[in-house]
Design a protein around this ligand. Structure first.
Ligand SMILES: [Fe+2]
Length: 287
């Protein structure tokens, strides 16, 4: 079943937590990701690649990432767990990939953002983007007419709600919220904000939603769940072995964002509220 255009589709994979996650979940996800490389033009791993940012975990995470597909087929952004006792620059050096980047495809632009460290307001808001990163976002949105999809570890505040961790918690949202929304509102081509971090199960409220950011502009907010575990973090890593293990295929059509959820345990497609495809039409007062 491929009724979507892989050339207009990205696959976004949430919180891996290599070093904590039970081997069977890592293996199942990697095998199915390797099988589905041709269903998307690019893949993004959206942070918390490791549990404690150790060099052993980095080596294991890199080997796992490489097992999913060729190195140029995927990109990464950093999560708070990737920045234990190191800055974004140290993490980028360890992985040989940037944490803040832009990739252009024929019909859309993909923008990856990371926090500079996990120190935001003394670690209570670790997903705090640096002022220069906000300037970067504004410029990347402004210099293209392509539709833009932003991928970063934390959700916009008050989007995905009702799971054990959610975007109403300042620790789990991206900051500074007001400044980010002002930038998104100023660019009608800002189409989607895609996040991980909250480990939200598929039945979570507003896992995908049309979020007003101001100026009559709505952006599609999507949370992609987690390979490691769904919901609250169990004390026993083997406990999530049979939990849903999924990632998101996001298609940018001419007038909408489409979301499909890939089930890595069955190699099939899951549903959200009974639907295999969730479609959120573009909405902007200025276009
Ligand atoms: Fe995480």
């Amino acid at each position: 079943m491929t009724e979507f255009d892989p050339g207009r589709t990205i696959n976004v994979v949430g919180d891996i937590h290599v070093g904590w996650t039970v081997r069977s979940r890592l293996d199942a996800a990697a095998a199915d990701l390797a099988r589905t490389n041709d269903l998307a033009v690019h893949r993004v791993f959206i942070g918390d690649l490791t549990e404690f940012s150790t060099s052993d975990e980095d080596a294991a995470a890199i080997a796992w990432l490489d097992s999913t597909g060729p190195r140029d087929s995927w990109s990464i952004v950093a999560g708070n767990h990737d920045l234990d006792s190191r800055t974004l620059a140290g993490w980028e050096a360890a992985y040989g990939k940037p944490g803040i980047w832009t990739l252009d495809f024929p019909t859309f632009r993909l923008i990856g953002l990371s926090a500079p460290d996990r120190e935001g307001i003394r670690e209570t808001e670790p997903q705090t983007l640096a002022p220069e990163t906000l300037t970067y976002l504004d410029r990347q949105l402004g210099e293209t007419s392509r539709d833009c999809v932003i991928v970063t570890h934390g959700p916009l505040m008050n989007t995905v709600i009702g799971s054990y961790f959610d975007s109403t918690m300042r620790f789990f949202a991206t900051h500074p919220d007001e400044e980010i929304r002002a930038i998104l509102a100023a660019h009608a081509n800002a189409r989607a904000w895609v996040s991980g971090h909250t480990h939200s199960p598929l039945e979570t409220t507003d896992l995908v939603k049309a979020e007003p950011v101001g100026n009559g502009h709505l952006i599609t907010a999507i949370n992609v769940g987690s390979v490691a575990y769904q919901g609250g973090k169990p004390t026993d890593p083997s406990e999530p072995a049979a939990q849903p293990n999924y990632s998101c295929f996001i298609t940018v059509t001419d007038d909408a964002i489409e979301l499909r959820v890939r089930d890595h345990l069955t190699g099939g497609w899951s549903t959200i509220n009974g639907a295999q495809v969730t479609t959120v039409p573009f909405a902007s007062a200025s276009r």
